[in-house]
Design a protein around this ligand. Structure first.
Ligand SMILES: *[C@@H]1O[C@H](CO)[C@@H](O)[C@H](O)[C@H]1NC(C)=O
Ligand SMILES: *[C@@H]1O[C@H](CO)[C@@H](O)[C@H](O)[C@H]1NC(C)=O
Length: 165
């Protein structure tokens, strides 16, 4: 009994931090990075995009009606945290990019995915934590960084004979 009370108090405290009246709150979080190699995945040459704007949107699966639409921005570590109230088990929720906040890194790479699905529910029994992590989203620079080939080779992404064909 005392134990449950403690957990409830912690949950209540977490919900109060910076959040206006979040009763049944889940926090959508994730990174936004600058893809300096234009490869659509983070590399050691990538950097965090600070102040990038993103949006969490949920839609009714049958009517496609927007049920949740909340904007947020990344902090100094390129990380956003957006509290969403309620359970959205029957809806499709995803995070999408709105603005990179960095004019040298603001391209949406053609053919890449620019949104990330998140399951905003507590009803599937996966976790009792309130954070819901979205996969990383990125903007790309116009030109690849000079050392990309070297770094991609080091990552084992490019074959060693990349230049010999
Ligand atoms: C989706 O919309 C339909 C029709 O308005 C409604 O009956 C249903 O409850 C909605 N589903 C959710 C999860 O809101
Ligand atoms: C590329 O890597 C070399 C050696 O690691 C480094 O000296 C150089 O400054 C890098 N170039 C750029 C543009 O960062």
């Amino acid at each position: 009994m005392a134990k449950n009370y403690g957990v409830a108090a912690i949950v209540a405290a977490l919900c109060l931090v910076g959040v206006v009246h979040c009763v049944e709150c889940l926090t959508v979080e994730g990174p936004v990075y600058c893809d300096t190699c234009r490869v659509d995945f983070p590399t050691p040459l990538s950097y965090d995009l600070k102040g990038a704007k993103v949006k969490v949107e949920c839609r009714n699966k049958t009517t496609n009606e927007v049920t949740v639409s909340i904007e947020g921005a990344t902090d100094g570590f390129g990380w956003y945290r957006i509290p969403v109230e309620g359970d959205h088990e029957e809806e499709l929720c995803e995070v999408s990019l709105l603005d990179s906040g960095d004019e040298t890194c603001s391209e949406l790479l053609e053919g890449a995915v620019h949104n990330a699905r998140v399951a905003l529910t507590n009803r599937n029994g996966i976790s009792h934590q309130t954070a819901r992590f979205a996969s990383s989203l990125g903007y790309a620079t116009k030109e690849p960084h000079a050392n990309c080939t070297k770094v991609l080779l080091e990552m084992g992404v490019l074959p060693p004979d990349f230049f010999n064909n």
